[in-house]
Write a protein that binds this ligand. Structure first.
Ligand code: FMN
Ligand code: MN
Length: 331
């Protein structure tokens, strides 16, 4: 199942979490529960285990209002309820109903609901799976979801998504996140003008950001701040450009990077967590990441040579050329 909304509760706070984690069917009553170690669902699982609980209840909704499906994928802080966020986006609160066999509420209009539990001391081989990275992500041991009830609408519609080499369907969820979360990023880092997470970067591998640079090394500050924010911690490459650069134009971005960087000074290589699906690092779940500072390097940043002006044509010349088209019979 590739598009399931997985509902759990935190045992300490009772707060709900909804995350999208694929479910590999083992038999008619059990599936894998592929919540990665960095995700809120896995934290609820760990907290339950730490309290001595032998199981965490879970419910899965398949086929919901698209805004709920999106909310389950959104990188929200742990204690922000995805259903409240969905209600905020929809301008209408989400109607919830109690499950039959577990103490969890699920969206009232979902097509299909799976109810059940995950044992805290059980794991089973999950994967490999043709993932959104475009590779078969490696098999690993994950908890198991035991189903206690299935409810559904009459003639339910089964929702799923196709993932594979980008661009695939799921890529556009990343684009929605890029747009919806930009104002939130800007609240915390006001120098940010725009961001682009290119589809080939599969959500977590690349982020291009333009900033209004006001003090030396501000690009580094932005890189480290992003690496310290929620699921942005997994971004493997951050490219920072100046405010006037259009980050949505990759040709322009690369032109800036190729021209502006001094490899020794403008690359910031750090180590830290990486997405579980990353296969490039020697060790799973962590490795090295790179920041590329492609902003203009200031004298205060050690570039004491003159920095050249960009070629640009004056408005007056442009107007003179435009006027000539007609004269030459070319318009
Ligand atoms: C189609 C699709 C499938 C996904 N599958 C998984 C998955 O199997 N495991 C996982 O940890 N995250 C998966 N994700 C990403 C999570 O849904 C996303 O990181 C979400 O913010 C997690 O929510 P949480 O932080 O509340 O746990 C998937 C996303 C999409 C769009
Ligand atoms: Mn969450």
């Amino acid at each position: 199942m590739t598009l399931p909304l997985v509902f759990t509760k935190n045992p300490k706070t009772g707060k709900r979490n909804v995350g999208m984690y694929r479910l590999q069917k083992y038999d008619s009553r059990t599936t894998g529960m592929h919540w990665h170690i960095h995700k809120n669902g896995a934290e609820n699982f760990r907290d339950t285990k730490a309290q001595g609980g032998d199981r965490i209840e879970a419910a899965v909704a398949i086929g919901t209002d698209p805004v709920l499906t999106y909310a389950a994928t959104a990188p929200l802080p742990r204690d922000i309820d995805e259903m409240v966020f969905a209600g905020f986006l929809r301008h209408k609160s989400v109607e919830m109903v109690k499950c039959k066999t577990v103490d969890i509420e699920v969206p009232a209009t979902a097509e299909i609901i799976l109810e059940g539990y995950v044992l805290t001391d059980e794991k089973r081989r999950e994967g490999p799976f043709g993932d959104h990275t475009g590779y078969y992500s490696l098999a690993d041991d994950y908890p198991v979801f035991h189903i206690t009830a299935i409810t559904h609408r009459k003639n339910p519609i089964y929702f799923s998504t196709v993932v594979g080499k980008p661009p695939m369907e799921d890529c556009y969820l990343a684009k929605a996140t890029e747009r919806i979360f930009l104002p939130i990023l800007q609240q915390m880092q006001p120098e940010i003008i725009d961001i682009n997470m290119p589809l080939e970067g599969v959500f977590h591998d690349c982020c291009i950001v333009s900033i209004k640079k006001q003090y030396p090394m501000q690009a580094r500050k932005v890189m480290h701040a992003l690496w310290g924010m929620g699921q942005m911690m997994n971004v493997k490459m951050i490219i920072v450009v100046d405010a006037h650069v259009n980050v949505q134009d990759l040709k322009e971005v690369w032109w800036r990077v190729y021209n502006n960087i001094d490899a020794k000074h403008d690359l910031e290589i750090v180590e830290g967590p990486l997405d579980v699906l990353d296969h490039s690092s020697p060790m799973a779940k962590w490795g090295s990441k790179m920041g590329i500072d492609a902003t203009k390097t200031w004298p205060e940043e050690g570039h004491t040579r003159e920095w050249p002006e960009e070629i640009s044509m004056s408005e007056e010349i442009k107007a003179r050329v435009d006027a000539k088209w007609k004269e030459l019979g070319l318009d």
